[in-house]
Design a protein around this ligand. Structure first.
Ligand code: TXA
Ligand code: MG
Length: 315
């Protein structure tokens, strides 16, 4: 069973040692908790897939402490450099061509010639990456297809048996995964909406991103299978009044809400509360989860994306 350790310098050193020894370490980022392993070690990376029950065709995001470290692993073309300069450290993963001699395990890219890479924002995460001195592959620390973890306890419940150490940095500030942008296309392609909004990226680049199609047979971002983030309970979106027995997940003023994502209708607050609220409701004997309408702007787009996948027919 994993030890849950507070994010202190001594525990960061301990966790960095475990990573270098090929063990799995869960750690907090500003988006969600990651299930980390040495990205240059085939066995360690294979252990991530095994622990999550993740399909082998779904590649992993590599985490580095700064842009310089990223340049050793992938070719950062001009547009990628611009995006990295503006949004790193932060909730943006950039897909770029893998460098020959990067040393990364081929399992990280699941057969693609690109790698998704990001520099997480919290100082704790970056000091772990600096102390380890290796690129760290880290998907969200949940069982494949389930709700992403935003606390150390979420990780312990689902993956505690598979992980050496869980660093506990409290709840994640953003609460939704990073935005994934493929910068090898012109214009760049949005593969997954997330913590950095599409609007911010488009405003900064002065262009519209291509949006990846949602094709389960040939997914551009292989992780974006339709059913995902799935609670056990069936979920319905855009509901104003729950049916008898159904929990109501509120947004904005809602006296009848079982839990409210944000009483004031604040999308940042709603994103931060989303996954923990779904987990809470899922643990109780409701017949289903009804979610009130959430505006399709800013972080609302990423929230609705996750809810659509949670509501999708299970395959
Ligand atoms: O916020 C996050 O991104 C978290 C934290 C831990 O950093 N990580 C995360 O990883 O959400 P994961 O594995 O749950 O999602 C990674 C997504 C998947 O949709 C995957 O298919 C996509 O990134 N991806 C990874 N490498 C890719 C590549 N080379 N080309 C296209 N998509 C890629
Ligand atoms: Mg995930």
């Amino acid at each position: 069973m994993a030890s849950i350790l507070p994010l202190t310098p001594a525990n960061i050193t301990e966790a960095a040692k475990a990573l270098k020894a090929g063990e799995l370490v869960a750690f907090p980022t500003e988006t969600v908790y990651g299930l980390g392993a040495d990205a240059t070690n085939d066995r360690a990376v294979a252990a991530i897939y095994a622990a999550k029950g993740r399909p082998q065709f779904n590649p992993l995001i590599v985490h580095v402490p700064d842009t310089e470290a990223a340049r050793h692993l992938v070719d950062l073309q001009p547009v990628t450099e611009r995006l990295a300069g503006r949004f790193w450290p932060g909730a943006l993963s950039l897909v770029a061509p893998r460098r020959t001699g990067s040393g990364l395990s081929l399992l990280v890219s699941a057969g693609l010639d690109t790698v998704a890479i990001r520099v997480p924002a919290p100082e704790g995460a970056r000091s772990l990456l600096r102390a380890a001195g290796i690129p760290v592959a880290a998907p969200s620390a949940n069982v494949s297809g389930r709700i992403s973890p935003t606390t150390a306890q979420h990780v312990a419940i689902e993956l505690g048996d598979h992980v050496a150490i869980i660093l506990d940095g409290g709840p994640c500030a953003i609460g939704l995964e990073s935005t994934v942008v493929d910068s090898t296309s012109v214009p760049p392609t949005l593969l997954r909406g997330g913590g950095v909004t599409t609007e911010e990226i488009e405003l900064f680049l002065g262009l519209s991103l291509m949006i990846a199609g949602n094709d389960d047979d040939a997914p551009k971002s292989p992780g974006m299978l339709t059913s995902h983030y799935a609670p056990d309970r069936l979920l319905r979106m855009n509901v104003v009044k729950a049916s008898p027995g159904e929990a109501l997940l509120g947004f904005g003023p809602a006296p009848d809400a079982t839990i409210n994502l944000s009483v004031t209708g604040n999308l940042n607050e709603a994103a931060a509360n989303l996954f923990a609220s779904l987990r809470l409701l899922d643990a109780l004997p409701w017949t289903g989860i009804a979610v009130m309408p959430i505006p399709e702007t800013g972080l609302g787009r990423a929230i609705n994306d996750r809810l659509r996948r949670a509501a999708a027919p299970r395959g």
